[in-house]
Design a protein around this ligand. Structure first.
Ligand code: AHR
Length: 502
């Protein structure tokens, strides 16, 4: 066994636990919408055709915000296609995913689903094939009470109350050559600034997200953020970050260290945003909306869109099946998001259902939880109050991608109201248990009220529709306190949660 230690102190805080850290994403992509959230043929379908089982699992996950309707899809989307009587709605080509969208689900259906699931909508506007006017029309449809063309259309379509959507994404991944209507940083920056300025004329208190780079590997990364924020800084609240570089390709050690990469990504985007702040000589800070992140096996066959004359409705796309190591990495990425809570103010696990998702469904049938469901649900349900800055003393191990990396990744939260302190920890060792000691002298009287570990001797174990319960977080009986410290043994390749209370 190897050993590591953590020091916690109630005085060392990073910032609040933000509910929006636990957001997700529903795109018109593959089976996320059709047969995912919406499936009138499913046994649990309600009067609106929404799957009750998916709503229940969304609640169990503790999802806060949901980004909608894309993603790449939004850059070719006409939102007006998705309102009014369903029978009159056009079927359209979805160029992003080489599919057909029947438009059975549109903004009104999504907002109805969102209310049932208890989530907050984060709406994206199309700045690929469209522009300022269409964004204003959608905003008027969603947020103006009544008495104008679009607000009255919404009322006529059954929604008497305005949706009052707070967060809006100004396009999606506009730096990506794959994006319909992709732009240079100057072109996009100007359009985003104009759109933001006009949207605020309708609703000054909107929270607006400018597109950052599609990823750290983009050749324009950094310069894109600087240029876009040069145009938009006064008009937006967030710059987006997207990252999917993490998959196990035969180097498990590097894969388990993925959070090192996420920390570095956040640090780089913050540096670019703060550089613009310095140039502009303003007090305001632009924060990060990490609105697409996950493990994604991009080279797998299911990730490839159809081709040629085949334009199916809701094809199987991006339906990754996750194993235990993937869940441990997702847990570690959540630790990174919490650790960066001072600058990451919102995040979305991409995506919610069927498409690189924690929830899977059979069309017209059953649903199940992937391994990645559990770290997300635990972090979302148990992190509350303030994120504490932890001091980690850990053995290092060598990785091909990131050099020497600590075996232990950890963060802690403290809820002053309940008095509860929660430690979230990952053991990245491939083959050794990790004995962890947590110095609790700053929190006298705390005792263990619960401890769980998610691991398996075979870290490649995957859940399926027939078995999603053989490997879940189980009680870790090794956790104990002696008044001054907590000791616990963390299995190799594991995600762990220890709750301390009085
Ligand atoms: O989440 C899948 C896709 O990944 C999104 O549509 C796009 O924004 C990103 O490249």
């Amino acid at each position: 066994m190897i050993h590591a230690s953590l020091s916690l102190d109630p005085a060392f805080r990073i910032g609040p636990v933000r509910r929006r850290t636990f957001g997700s994403f529903v795109e018109h992509l593959g089976r996320c919408v059709y047969t995912g959230i919406y499936d009138p043929e499913a046994p649990t379908a309600d009067e609106d055709g929404f799957r009750g089982d998916v709503i229940d699992l969304t609640r169990e996950l503790g999802i806060s915000t949901i980004r909608y309707p894309g993603g790449n899809f939004v850059s070719g989307y006409r939102w007006e296609d998705g309102i009014g009587p369903v029978a009159d709605r056009p079927r359209r080509l979805d160029l992003a995913w080489h599919s057909t969208d029947p438009n059975t689900v549109g903004v009104d259906e999504f907002m109805r689903w969102s209310a049932k699931a208890g989530t907050e909508a984060m709406m994206a506007v199309n700045l690929g094939t469209r522009g300022v006017q269409e964004a204003l029309d959608l905003l008027e449809y969603c947020n103006v009470d009544a008495g104008t063309y679009w607000s009255d259309q919404r009322r006529a379509n059954g929604a008497a109350e305005a949706y009052d959507i707070r967060m809006w994404c100004l396009g999606n991944e506009m730096d990506g050559p794959w994006q319909i209507g992709s732009k240079t940083a100057d072109e996009y920056g100007r359009l985003a600034a104009e759109t933001a300025r006009a949207m605020r004329m309708i609703d000054p208190d909107l929270e607006l997200v400018a597109c950052g780079s599609s990823g750290v590997v983009m050749p324009t990364f950094g310069e894109w953020e600087r240029t876009v924020l040069g145009h938009t800084y006064e008009h937006v609240d967030y710059i987006s970050a997207h990252a999917y570089y993490w998959e196990e390709d035969g180097d498990l050690g590097s894969f388990l260290a993925s959070a090192v990469d996420m920390d570095h990504f956040v640090e780089s985007v913050v540096a670019a945003a703060d550089l613009v702040r310095a140039h502009k000589k303003v007090g305001k800070r632009v924060h990060i909306s990490f609105d697409e992140w996950n493990v994604w096996y991009q080279k797998r066959a299911e990730s490839q869109p159809p081709t040629g004359k085949d334009w199916p409705v809701a094809p199987v796309l991006l339906e990754d099946t996750y194993n235990v190591a993937d869940a441990v990495v997702v847990g570690s990425l959540l630790i990174s998001l919490l650790r960066n809570t001072d600058r990451v103010h919102s995040a979305s696990l991409a995506q919610l259902v069927n498409v690189i998702a924690p929830i899977m469904t059979e069309p017209g049938g059953r649903s199940w939880r992937q391994t990645t469901f559990f770290p997300f649900a635990q972090a979302s349900q148990l992190a509350s109050g303030e994120v504490l800055r932890v001091e980690v003393q850990s053995p290092l191990y060598e990785t091909a991608r990131f050099g020497d990396v600590p075996v232990l990744d950890a963060v802690a939260t403290q809820d002053e109201e309940t008095g509860e302190v929660v430690v979230f920890a990952v053991n990245r060792s491939l083959d050794q248990e990790l004995g962890l000691t947590v110095d609790l002298r700053g929190f006298p009287g705390l005792r263990v009220v619960g401890a769980t570990s998610l691991s398996n001797p075979d870290h490649t174990w995957q859940a399926s529709v027939d078995d999603d319960a053989s490997v879940t977080p189980v009680d870790n009986g090794t956790a104990s306190t002696d008044g001054e410290s907590l000791t616990v043994t963390l299995p190799a390749v594991s995600w762990n949660v220890v709750r301390l209370g009085r």
